[in-house]
Design a binder for this molecule. Structure first.
Ligand code: CA
Length: 293
């Protein structure tokens, strides 16, 4: 447990499914999504301003790009999004033959490839996959048989990729060939006990420890690179989705949450659910990698 670290509500958004926070160090803003509303938010913690771009379809995650625009993993594929004009252009189609699937969480590796996965919107098990959007615009399927493709990030040396399929209550780890972008040797990294909630988004900090959001668990867990539970940050909301380090020194941990699926009683007990929270856990994050083209 970690009773010392204060948790502050920085944006009382009441998002339906707030997700996928990522810190844009150049614009000094937190970019995140409200998935089923098809909204990309750009929140400026210095002013409290929150701008919204409606991409018109469920949007699972967003990546920053080296060009300064965004790449969204949204229903039907990958899209370039201009954060100033809101103009949206499809780059690549994904699973257009499975319209009941949608894109979900994603993250960019150090070589600038954007990895994002899918899940069924009608609760079909093992119907999702994990995709890799390459800098040349091609898409390759990397993992199949996934139920809810969720958080992923890489170890400090780039030799491991951590990956969550929420459907199996596990964080797994792969050996990662960074030069080729290939995965091998999948094995379990952390089993999340049912009482702790379900593993959702994650991020690796500058010490190589893993911060994992617990859906229905009201917490973020920090794990050592060996897979041992190191710290627990408790949130005043049950549906915790993902976190990202931001701020000038990457010392602020921003945490997104959801209200989707809370019944009236639970929603009344959690007035801050769907908000964006911030903690200062005394650890730094790593800058988010940018999509390379
Ligand atoms: Ca998620």
């Amino acid at each position: 447990m970690d009773a010392e670290t204060e948790i502050e509500l920085v944006l009382d958004l009441k998002a339906d499914l707030g997700e996928g926070p990522i810190w844009d160090a150049e614009r000094k803003r937190l970019v995140f999504v409200d998935i089923m509303r098809g909204h990309i938010h750009e929140f400026d913690p210095a002013t409290g301003q929150d701008q919204v771009i409606d991409v018109g379809r469920p949007v699972g995650s967003v990546a920053l790009s080296v060009r300064g625009d965004w790449v969204a993993a949204a229903h039907g594929g990958f899209y370039r999004v201009n954060p100033d004009s809101g103009r949206i252009v499809q780059m690549a189609a994904v699973e257009t033959d499975s319209p009941e699937n949608r894109m979900n969480d994603g993250y960019v590796d150090r070589a600038g490839r954007f990895w994002a996965g899918t899940m069924s919107m009608v609760k079909r098990r093992r119907a999702g996959s994990l995709y890799r959007l390459n800098p040349d615009g091609t898409v390759t399927r990397q993992i199949t048989g996934v139920t809810t493709s969720n958080g992923l990030d890489w170890s400090l040396d780039g030799k491991l990729m951590y990956y969550v399929d929420t459907g199996v209550n596990r964080v797994d780890v792969f050996d990662f060939d960074e030069a080729r972008g290939d995965l091998s040797g999948r094995r379990p990294f952390v089993h999340v006990p049912a009482l702790a909630g379900k593993p959702d988004g994650m991020v690796v900090d500058a010490e190589g420890f893993i911060w994992l959001a617990l859906w229905k668990g009201g917490a973020v867990h920090r794990y050592t690179p060996g897979g041992r539970l190191d710290r627990v940050l408790k949130l005043p909301a049950q549906l915790v989705t993902k976190c990202a380090f931001g701020g000038a020194n990457l010392e602020d941990l921003y945490i997104t949450t959801a209200r989707a699926g809370l019944d009236a009683e639970a929603a009344a007990r959690q007035p801050m659910a769907g908000g964006v929270f911030r903690a200062r856990p005394g650890v730094r994050g790593r800058p988010a990698s940018r999509f390379a083209a």
